[in-house]
Design a protein. Sequence first.
Lengths: 293, 119
Amino acid sequence: MDKGFLMFAYNNSSIDYITMALCNALLIKKNLVNNNVALVTNSGTLEYLQNITEQSIIDSAFDMIILNDLIESGVSVRKYRDTRYTDFTDRYYNLNRVDAYTLSPFDQTVLIDTDYLMLDSSMDLVWDCDEDFMCNRKTITLDHGVNSFGFDNRFNEMSIPLFWATAVYFRKTERSKLIFELINFVKENYEYYGSLYSFQPCGYFRNDFALSIAMHIANNMMEYGAIKPLPVNYILFSLETDELHAFKNGSVYITSEPEAGTFHLHRVSNNVHIMNKRAILRFKDEIIAHGYN
Amino acid sequence: MDERLKKALEFSNYRISLFQRKEDLKLNMANMLTHANNGGIFKIDPPLICFVKQLVDAKKTRAVLIDSNENPIEVTDLKEFYDVIFNKYFEATNIYHIEYSKLKRSRTVSSLYDFIEEE
């Protein structure tokens, strides 16, 4: 297996990340030709999945499961939203995603969030590219707002561009290794870099921020020409305030609510980052049925 | 129909939904018009198709083309490359046309989304 997808999934008491990973892995199997999937998780989370899901489904979704137990120190609590009307806080286990380079069993890896649903085949174009590290800066919301996060997707109006760790392609090269080592270094000195790059601390470690800073450093503090985008050069986002209404024939039906009481319905058939994780999990049975059959 | 979906459909504004669907179709077409070859990523458009056709007509079998990331990519079989991008272009634009025609005929939010109610 020289090419494949890598996901990290660690359940907390509120979000079943591993079932989300299972859903996404089955979508990858369904929609993509190069569809190897490796999952990084811990024994407790895996045991939970095995208790609620048939082993045959798990086996068809994941080609490899890598157990990597968490170090609890430094784990933060974050706020999650489930539409505009519900929020909750829980522990957020995202600290070992920076070790993707060493954990990945593949020569070429697409590292994706479990909630970045692979609904189309465009990621098949990513393999064997000349570039050894690719990720996207551009974002599009379901309401077609472009780069609408903060200051044109920057930390602030004077700062560096923000790249998204939602989907990252890397080949095992010296350059990719260097970027991941830098990401680790930024993580270890997160408070200092927060001050240096003047980003708003959100109370927990942001892989996107560490990735952006690492790429800035790796590019000799230059902005342009740093990192090339993925073949589809944007991340389509559904916000945490959106609600998923249906999953049918490989498409998701989502209502966004840009202002309270104003609803826009969307049918999405392209890869989409659905930030309302509970909304995905409400349709786990439909997604699994679609992907497994 | 799910009660939440029914409410959402009732609230959705037809014009906004129409705009959203058109933008969705454009994004979908742009994705379909992305092509990978020999390590390069190409956005298929009429100038690329015409240029490659010129090269094929001039009996060139291989050439260096500049891809979307501005990398020089050697295309080793121009005829095959031309056939693929030509077909992909028409497939993508035909799907765009079919879906766009459906949108033009749609007069309600639910029909914009091809939402078929289950019995």
